[in-house]
Design a protein around this ligand. Structure first.
Ligand code: HEM
Length: 145
């Protein structure tokens, strides 16, 4: 049986097209695993974070980034309150993570994705990231003093 794509309602197509997700896929296709590049950029702009993460191997670093990517691909954080409350509190109490470290991490991710996407990067991607980072930063700031 063949699938008739013309039958997909317009709003369904729009829901599927998230520019942040699309740019992450694009960066991965162009540069492969960008985790190491993200951490290199992050630690260069945030030496305090490098010290905090010095005992963490690449597997745990990778798992942490997977969660940050997951949060970056969400358009509405309404279902994430419990998770965000837990992680932000745990990060503050157990690892002494400070507010500016989150901002630096998110800036490092954006810079690395932008670089990996290279010529395929567009103003629409930039605008989508600006909005998503503002939304996620607002959620984090509300939980980090
Ligand atoms: C939205 C942002 C963040 C999320 C969602 C997040 C999530 C996580 C998760 C899920 C883990 C556990 C990984 C595992 O063991 O499987 C983890 C570990 C860790 N994270 Fe984050 N993280 C975030 C930001 C940060 C920042 C900004 C720092 C600053 C340096 C940081 C420092 C750490 C450290 C030190 C650990 C390892 C703790 C240990 O096991 O000793 N995280 N993070």
């Amino acid at each position: 049986m063949t699938t008739d794509n013309t039958a997909v309602p317009k709003e369904k197509e729009t829901e599927k097209t998230d520019l942040v997700c699309e740019s992450l896929e694009l960066a991965a296709a162009a540069a492969g695993d960008i985790s190491a590049a993200i951490y290199a950029d992050y630690f260069a702009r945030c030496p305090g974070s490098e010290a905090l993460m010095s005992h963490i191997d690449h597997i745990v670093r990778g798992k942490m980034l997977e969660e940050v990517f997951r949060l970056l691909m969400i358009q509405d954080y309404a279902g994430e309150e419990g998770y965000l409350n837990f992680e932000m509190r745990n990060h503050r109490l157990a690892y002494s993570v400070e507010a500016h470290m989150y901002a630096n991490l998110l800036d490092a991710i954006l810079a690395t994705v932008r670089t990996a996407a290279a010529d395929a990067w567009t103003p629409a991607f930039e605008a989508a990231w600006e909005k998503r980072l503002a939304d996620l930063t607002a959620e984090i700031s509300a939980r980090v003093s």
